[in-house]
Design a binder for this molecule. Structure first.
Ligand code: UDP
Length: 149
């Protein structure tokens, strides 16, 4: 099959990974999402994936909390999901890398648009964790930024 686009950026909300449970993971959903992403990558399309964190935590849930702290917790939730999605994609036979908007040494690389571009050219799926890296935003804004960078 001939792909229409060379590159795509997909935004996955956290809840899309949790199926009917609405929180955490539904392993079948995670695998199904990864399978679709891998099948597109196997066509030679560069695939970037921005992952949300709503299956674990959204900043606005922290009623009594400092909003900035609550939002950073949400960003960390997106990084957990990025690791899960990356792992699931690799199980489908496609290499993937996690790039994060904040520095979390040991589990991913800090986002750099040139590194993302290189990985995409190498045929690796790039999974973006951490959203924009700023509180008071959501991963939808993160997706819009990554799509233009
Ligand atoms: N978040 C943030 N800045 C960002 C991206 C996310 O503060 O750039 C926090 C925010 O609290 C948000 C949570 O992380 O509610 C989870 O992200 P999002 O709500 O976008 O997840 P989704 O609804 O897509 O699962």
């Amino acid at each position: 099959m001939q792909a229409k686009y060379n590159r795509v950026l997909l935004k996955i909300s956290g809840e899309a990974l949790s199926g009917d449970k609405g929180h955490g993971y539904d392993v079948k959903e995670l695998k199904a999402v990864a399978k679709q992403i891998a099948s597109v990558a196997k066509l030679g399309v560069g695939v970037g994936v921005v992952v949300g964190g709503g299956n674990f935590w959204r900043g606005r849930q922290g009623d009594e909390m400092d909003r900035t702290t609550a939002d950073y917790m949400g960003m960390l939730a997106t990084v957990i999901n990025a690791l899960a999605v990356c792992d699931a994609i690799e199980k489908e036979g496609v290499e993937a890398r996690v790039l994060t908007s904040m520095l979390i040494s040991g589990i991913g690389e800090p986002f750099n648009y040139k590194v993302a571009d290189r990985y995409l050219k190498e045929g690796k799926v790039v999974v973006f964790g951490g959203g924009t890296g700023n509180p008071y935003f959501t991963t939808d804004t993160g997706a819009a930024l990554r799509a233009v960078e």
